[in-house]
Design a protein around this ligand. Structure first.
Ligand code: GTP
Ligand code: MG
Length: 198
């Protein structure tokens, strides 16, 4: 799946811009700057497929990626939280994110990315509530695991586990990753393969 060449198909600013629901989709959601676009690049082994930046608010559309004959489509989402962009724009993304996450029949799994230095924040919990409400499967992925000292990483893992343990539906184990070192990336690929062939 990830050995194929992946391409950027389009950026969607409205739900109507989305491609037809002709295949399974996985989406990467999370706070601005958490490392969504970087994780997609790490998964497909590209450096610049999804555009990344130090400045929160880099991804401003629902960006669609596909590979020829792949049974799965990848969606990179704008971040929620502290994006450095005009307020009306951020509000429009927030509506788009909500509409996509809760109203897309072909959405098989959402990866909710959480910074391993900080653990889940209030807006992550809000998104998880929405996903539970819409009965959409999701998994917490801790990002930037190369950054925190081990003690903080362990705290973030415990907080992420606690955040899903009390939920109505069962959710897969918390994954720990680093797009920088490649830690956890193979494990994530394996899980996505399983979803695609399900
Ligand atoms: P938005 O599109 O703005 O919401 O951000 P994003 O979640 O797509 O984050 P992006 O992938 O653009 O990464 C944000 C910054 O974090 C960039 O400077 C990346 O180089 C850095 N970064 C991402 N992943 C990692 C990682 O695993 N380790 C380290 N050290 N830095 C990372
Ligand atoms: Mg991005």
């Amino acid at each position: 799946l990830f050995a194929r060449p992946w391409s950027f198909i389009k950026g969607c600013v409205r739900i109507d811009d989305l491609p037809p629901m002709d295949r399974v989709e996985i989406a990467f959601a999370g706070r601005s700057n958490v490392g969504k676009s970087s994780l997609i690049n790490a998964l497909v082994g590209a450096t610049r497929l999804a555009r990344t930046s130090n400045t929160p608010g880099r991804t401003q559309e629902l960006n669609i990626f596909e590979a020829t004959d792949a049974p799965l489509r990848v969606v990179d989402m704008p971040g929620y939280g502290f994006a450095q962009a005009p307020k009306p724009k951020v509000e429009a993304w927030t509506r788009l994110i909500h509409a996509y996450l809760t109203g897309r029949a072909t959405l098989r799994r959402v990866y909710v990315l959480v910074d391993s230095r900080h653990g889940p924040k209030a807006n992550d919990l809000t998104v998880m509530n929405e996903l539970d409400g819409a009965a959409v499967s999701y998994q917490i992925v801790l990002t930037k695991a190369d950054k925190p000292p081990l003690r903080d990483l362990e705290k973030a893992i415990a907080a992420a586990r606690a955040a899903i343990s009390k939920r109505p539906a069962a959710h897969p184990e918390v994954l720990v990753t680093s797009s920088e070192t490649g830690a956890g990336i193979d494990q994530l690929r394996t899980e996505i393969h399983r979803l695609a062939n399900h």
